[in-house]
Design a protein around this ligand. Sequence first.
Ligand SMILES: [Zn+2]
Length: 336
Amino acid sequence: MSLLPVKRWVSRACGLVVDLDGLLARRRGRYVLAYHRVLPVGHLRRHYVQSAMWVTPETFDRQLTWMARVGRIVDLPEILDFDTPSDRPLFAVTFDDGWRDNFAHAYPILRRHQAPATIFLVSGAIDSGALFWVEDLFEKTWAAARDGREAEVRAALAERMPGVAVAPGRTGVGAAMEGYAEALKELRGPERRERLADYYAALDLDPEPIRGELMDWAQVQEMARGGVRFGSHGASHEILKNLDADAARHDLTTSKAALEARLGVPVDTFCYPNARYEAAHPGLLAEAGYRYGFRIDNLPLTAGYDPYLVPRFLVNESVCAEPSYLKFRLLGVPRY
Ligand SMILES: [Zn+2]
């Protein structure tokens, strides 16, 4: 059993007796929050979305209200600048990937709160509209399992991951396909594409990527006019370690140039795909003209931070459904 429900219950009980908002206010920390998707429950019933990836519009709305009450929601440049002190906690809202729900659901809520936000886009995916391979794999596999082909799907996954037990039931399919995706993330593009083509052929699934889940440039530009900032999340969404240095340089410069051409402003922030980076990557970012690199490690931003390894807190429904649980995390107690 996951410990999360227990941690949430303990957090709730402690939150009743400890003034967490007061503690956070006195600490005056700086917190960059990393969201992905803002999805209504109806969408989540019809699709497979990893639990790390979403909050509901209601939760997002509540969080913005809370942040503005305890501290201030500020733009990235303000939170990154320690020369200007703040007498309250500061929060910055960021989103990874450029999902269409950011435009449809998050943007109206941000506007209502007049809250600034930054979205890290995958320029090539906005160009093509093609869903990322991980979510494409999940959506197609899940749909096939739901369509009465669960045993076949489980067999195809088990065959590709010898030694990994695929438990019966859809939970088993979810865990197995997430495990398969993690294994494929270790491979470089060409080999991974070959494996995926073989998997789709075995299950007779359409290898063409699903479209329509990501924003298009018109939506990006409308949000930019409304004050939303954009950074780069790469051109291809490839994990940098799976690219050799030249390909990584190309990915970094292409996405920066594409975003600057579409938005007409300099883009100097980069968010590492899959939050993975290696020692050589900050140097490549600097070489490509970026000034900041963002990761996810559930730590607050402190003076003297490394601009190419800016820490962020991952926020999703499981972390924030119980508000005290997120507050304890921001306070660093306990350290998960
Ligand atoms: Zn991403």
